[in-house]
Ligand binder design. Structure first.
Ligand code: NAD
Ligand code: ZN
Ligand code: ZN
Length: 300
């Protein structure tokens, strides 16, 4: 049996580089020799036990590599091609996929919540020497020669998630946007907001290096949550609330802050992976005027 090295989840705060069996491609599958991959905030949730996966799973969901093996039934790709694969590997043919809901792919039948995200979640992932790609026909993208592996590795998940957060927020030209957290996901949401035409983008983080990067990547204003009351500042800067708030951390606190920063009728686009229970506070989503709020506060 041929073996390879891979990053294996054994339990909370216990990941190890192990020698494991090298995969081989069945019909419709491909095996990549991984040449670049990275670590996502979601991997941190997995390692800390905040997002459960089964012990023995190879983690990682950002694959760039060279095709090592191709199963039967795949056309348009050759052994040796340099390819990028998305973090989610939808089948391309089920009801969810045909309706454009690729993250909820049901693998041939119906829909499955988060069923499209499989690498390092429900099947072995990319932090390994080799990776088995399911539904390869729907999930391989050739990389142009003039583009390096490092230039595309963020597209597998991090940039596409950030851009997706801006798109799901329905940002329009001239909108005001706040992005809570400026990790890689939040930074890409900031760029996404800029590309979609927002004219005031407020980036929030507690790390000055990340805030400096946010300004480089399109934030007009940055707020350090250790140094100010972010919600108050955002309401002041926008004259009553942003059109779109993007949550890019995954905590109850930042989710609630997003709600409080919104103008009435604004949109919250939520990207963070929340561990445990996320509660939606009723008082932050009901439309009440300051006068009504005053009356309510004085009724009890
Ligand atoms: N929806 C998806 O498909 C998807 C995909 C990838 C990642 N994610 C999730 O996105 C989230 C962010 O991922 P990442 O890789 O950017 O994480 P990261 O850990 O690299 O960055 C988090 C950032 O949050 C900042 N931060 C901490 N507390 C804060 C607070 N109270 N207010 C503002 N900022 C604060 C930190 O300083 C850091 O810069 C994670 O929950 C991850 O699981 C979701
Ligand atoms: Zn990820
Ligand atoms: Zn599908």
């Amino acid at each position: 049996m041929q073996t390879m090295l891979a990053t294996v989840f054994h339990g909370v705060n216990d990941i190890r580089v192990d020698s494991v069996p090298k995969p081989s491609a069945g019909p419709g599958e491909a095996v990549l020799r991984i040449t670049a991959t990275t670590i996502c905030g979601t991997d941190l949730h997995i390692v800390r036990g905040e997002y459960p996966v089964r012990p023995g799973l190879i983690i990682g969901h950002e694959p760039v590599g060279v095709i090592e093996e191709l199963g039967t039934g795949i056309t348009g790709y050759n052994i040796g091609d340099r390819v990028l694969v998305g973090a989610i590997t939808p089948c391309g043919q089920c009801r969810a996929c045909l309706s454009g809901q690729h993250s909820q792919c049901g693998h041939g039948s119906g829909c499955q919540a988060m069923g499209g995200w499989r690498f390092g979640n429900t099947i072995n992932g990319a932090q390994a020497e080799y990776l088995l790609v399911p539904y390869a026909q729907a999930n391989l993208a050739n990389i142009p020669d003039e583009v390096t592996d490092e230039q595309v590795v963020m597209l597998a998940d991090i940039a596409s998630t950030g851009f997706g957060g801006a798109e799901s927020g329905g940002i329009k030209i001239g909108d005001t946007v706040v992005v809570f957290a400026q990790g890689p996901i939040g930074l890409c949401a900031t760029v996404g907001a800029k590309l979609m035409g927002a004219t005031l983008i407020i980036g929030v983080d507690g790390d000055e290096n990340r805030l400096a990067m946010a300004r480089k990547m399109g934030a007009d204003v940055t707020l350090n949550h250790h140094e100010c009351n972010v919600v108050e500042e955002v309401l002041k800067l926008t004259g009553g609330g942003v059109d779109v708030a993007i949550e890019a951390l995954g905590t109850q606190e930042t989710f609630e802050s997003c709600l409080r920063c919104l103008r009435p009728g604004g949109t919250l686009s939520s990207l963070g992976v929340y561990s445990g229970k996320l509660q939606i506070p009723y008082e932050d989503v009901t439309a009440i005027s300051p006068k009504q709020r005053f009356l309510l506060e004085h009724m009890y």
